[in-house]
Design a protein around this ligand. Structure first.
Ligand code: 1GP
Length: 267
């Protein structure tokens, strides 16, 4: 995908409209070489993913991100590359877009708006498309919860996640990310359902989703975008693992659409 030829946001909304739910493969520059990143992106593309996300919480800087993004681009991968930065120095001018995220449940204003203020001029200079994202950390929170000094939303408190999500919508965020933490316990369906009941914004769910069953469970509950990270780095057969996950996602999305559309047609 050539940079800035069209809007990544428009592409994502079109994908969501057509498919009901989509998958994104997350690559952490701290964990893979540029060559490995290219291989992962190629297999993810073959398996039917809709975008490649690049980012991580620890040990990531601009050079590492540049190398990963360029390796994927030079290999001819025709998917948008969306940065998922843990700090303002993890931006690459070669990517297409950036999750311009605010960790709403951080206790430190730096992670809510300080880092974003530092990064905004770079996002403009690098001509990255900002995708406004309310980032909520739940459960144990994982490394990202620790690093961004959050008070993670307890899994047994769906009403808090819903209230944050409604606030996010009222504040104008375009997407809402429910993060269980990389490699952690996946966000429970009760939380996703509670958030879905109060917002029309696309709900992104990530953290600990490793199986088709967990994928289907999240989509059935209302997730629009499923992010998997660890599975693409650890699995020997990335393409097969992702294909199974994406098949489960599509099936659940079709079932959800079929249930929803007759209801819309009723007088
Ligand atoms: C982490 O939500 C992502 O930010 C993905 O988590 O690595 O557990 O798939 P996993």
């Amino acid at each position: 995908m050539s940079k800035n030829r069209y809007s990544v946001s428009a592409y994502l909304h079109k994908e969501l409209e057509e498919k009901g739910a989509i998958h994104m493969a997350l690559i952490d520059p701290a964990n893979v070489t540029p060559e490995e990143a290219y291989d992962i992106a190629k297999m993810a593309q073959k398996a039917g993913t809709s975008a490649i996300m690049v980012g991580g919480s620890i040990g990531v800087d601009e050079h590492l991100v540049d190398d990963i993004v360029l390796s994927i681009k030079r290999g001819g991968i025709d998917l948008p590359i969306i940065l998922f930065p843990g700090n303002p120095s993890a931006l690459s001018r070669y990517a297409d877009a950036v999750w311009f995220l605010s960790v709403l449940n951080s206790l430190n204003p730096y992670f809510i708006v300080g880092g974003q203020m530092q990064a905004a001029p770079l996002v403009k200079k690098y001509k990255l498309e900002p995708l406004s994202l309310a980032y909520l950390i739940l459960g144990e929170g994982g490394a990202v919860g620790y690093v961004s000094q959050t008070r993670p939303i307890p899994f047994e408190k769906p009403e808090i996640a819903a209230a944050y999500s409604l606030a996010a919508e009222y504040m104008g965020f375009e997407f809402i990310y429910l993060e269980g933490g990389s490699g952690g316990r996946p966000v429970p369906p009760e939380i996703i359902k509670a958030v879905k009941s109060v917002t029309t914004r696309p709900i992104i769910v990530g953290g600990g989703i490793r199986t088709p069953e967990l994928t289907a469970r999240a989509v059935n509950a209302g997730a629009s975008i499923i992010v998997t990270g660890n599975i693409v780095e650890e699995n020997e057969n990335v393409e097969r693992a992702l294909r199974e996950i994406i098949q489960a996602l599509r099936k659940a999305a079709r079932r959800r659409k079929a249930q929803y559309e007759p209801a819309l047609r009723e007088p």
